[in-house]
Design a protein around this ligand. Structure first.
Ligand code: SAH
Length: 348
């Protein structure tokens, strides 16, 4: 079977996925990106949805081997935003016309069930924005309470679909738990996002194929594939970063397979390559997630170093994204950009 035929198949085998991830010829890679762009256009249209991220705490009780926020990183100075600061920042973001607020943090139980519920409720009272939580693994009762308080979506990356690698990267956590949390979140009505990192030490192309197939099995609303970036003061500080082109190929294959799912051009991709966002948007992505954490906190949320646009203010950030997005003939959406699967159900 030739490349064109594979790119137009309804279902791909794992062998075919690995074949596509391996493409090394530039013109073959371009064919893959072009097909992903076509599938993106059919299922998502030309609108790009922005998700404004507020990284409200860099305290973390976990010790993920690759992450700069890990508990054992004693060198990182830690911060917590007050509920009022978080609510105010959400207000600023929605006033900019960005209608998804992502509340992200390390796993920090200082923000207990009620405090997170209060923050969600206040943001929903003050804005028309959807709320995505990205707080790591929390209690099932907490997920339920936050849903009732108004949360719409939950982002919990599975990081790797390989049990073996998962247990190397996470000494205390189990992949099975992560997946049962995702499944529970979906059952109780959250739109769910997950995904992996590309280029983690020891990862193979077969592992990446499994990641994409797992995203399909989980029936995700959003799937994120970001490159690994070595972070100082972690055991992986001297490892090499994930490959930008392999990340783009993974996103493109994911788009072709997952079809009606949101796929972001990640900040990590933009950090490794100045053109990363544009390249991602041309290889299947339809989402950009600007970091709108206020200073001085933003500089301290060091999951990895050199994060893109670290000094921008929200207004200039949106203006810059708008220019980039319009330069490739796309436009910023004015809607919340809910799950493409949800819209389908409503239409039925
Ligand atoms: N604590 C939350 C969310 C914060 S971390 C959670 O556990 O879900 C958000 C994401 O950053 C992680 O899911 C991971 O995929 C990514 N990340 C962490 N360290 C990274 C690194 N060194 N390079 C690239 N991405 C990284």
């Amino acid at each position: 079977m030739n490349l064109c035929e594979i790119l137009h198949k309804e279902e791909l085998t794992k062998g075919e996925i690995i074949f596509l991830l391996n493409l090394s010829d530039k013109s073959d890679q371009q064919k893959l990106f072009d097909r992903a762009d076509e599938v993106r256009s059919i299922y998502c249209g030309e609108e790009v949805h922005l998700r404004g991220i507020i990284e409200f705490s860099n305290y973390c009780e976990q010790d993920c081997i690759y992450c700069g926020l890990r508990k054992s990183n004693y060198i990182l100075s830690r911060y917590r935003m007050t509920p009022e600061e978080i609510i105010e920042t959400a207000h600023v973001i929605s006033n900019l016309g960005i209608y998804t607020i992502v509340l992200q943090s390390g796993e920090d139980n200082y923000y207990d069930t009620d405090l997170i519920a209060y923050i969600i409720y206040q943001i929903k009272q003050n804005t028309n924005a959807a709320i995505t939580l990205s707080l790591g693994e929390r209690g099932f009762d907490e997920y339920r309470t936050w849903k009732i308080a108004g949360a719409d979506r939950y982002l919990l990356k599975h990081e790797t679909a390989s049990h073996k690698l998962y247990s190397v990267y996470h000494k205390k956590q189990k992949l099975e738990d992560r997946l049962s949390h995702l499944r529970f979140l979906k059952i109780i009505g959250y739109q769910i996002g997950s995904g992996n990192m590309i280029g983690l030490p020891m990862q193979t192309f077969e592992d990446i194929a499994d990641d994409i197939l797992l995203c399909k099995e989980l029936d995700l609303d959003m799937a994120a594939f970001g490159p690994f970036i070595p972070s100082p003061n972690t055991p992986y500080q001297n490892k090499s970063a994930g490959d930008v082109n392999l990340t783009l190929r993974s996103m493109a294959v994911a788009r072709i397979i997952l079809k009606n799912v949101h796929i972001p051009a990640t900040t990590a991709l933009a950090t490794l390559d100045d053109e990363g966002r544009i390249k991602g948007l041309n290889a299947g992505a339809n989402i950009v997630m600007p970091d709108l954490t206020p200073s001085p906190y933003r500089e301290q949320y060091q999951i990895y170093p050199g994060k893109k646009c670290i000094n921008d203010n929200p207004l200039s950030c949106k203006g810059c994204l708008q220019l980039q997005i319009e330069s490739i003939g796309r436009k910023i959406s004015n809607s919340r950009g809910d799950s493409l699967k949800l819209t389908e159900q409503v239409k039925d």
